[in-house]
Design a protein around this ligand. Sequence first.
Ligand code: IMP
Length: 198
Amino acid sequence: MKRLIFATSNEGKMKEIRMILSDMGVEVLSLKEAGIHADIVEDGTTFEENAIIKAKTICKLTGEVVLADDSGLEVDYLGGAPGIYSARFMGEDTSYTIKNNAIIDKLAEAKGTERSARFVCVIAAAFPDGEVATTRATIEGEIGYKEEGTNGFGYDPILYLPEYGTTTGGLSAEQKNEISHRGKALRLMKEELRKHGF
Ligand code: IMP
């Protein structure tokens, strides 16, 4: 059976990728399962650069096919911030209730379409022959006026989806997988993997 490593230690993401790749007959290992401990400096300036840095570093270390993702929240009114700094925004250890309410406060004067925002996800694949492929997907919404929804994580309670009448934090895990930035980018990556013999 073919195998690949998904460069994350996040169990939630592993569950998602295993579900989405389940029909490919491929064994997917987390960093932990592959026995890898690597401190990777994500010093890229785009989601693509950061995802490629992670995938290439682990590919060089192991000689295996490696996938990695980089994601974040882009708020148009804030010039695209927090963007690639979404995890680091206001400090890694600051609670998301504080981060989410800080973003809501920054948008106090923003009305209607000025509140547009999206989650972005880029998946990179690094192959042992040096080739690299990336896929990118988004989920478009607007910053809500208050936190809503208890599912998901991170900024989910503030990305309001008008067509669903709730935030991504108000969707079930299955619903979110169907339409999310990460779900869509992963499904696009399946096509890239097939081109590489998977
Ligand atoms: P990373 O790609 O795991 O480093 O995530 C980057 C940041 O974006 C984290 O702070 C997450 O909270 C945020 N983020 C990425 N995807 C989502 C999502 O689906 N929901 C909420 N926050 C997200």
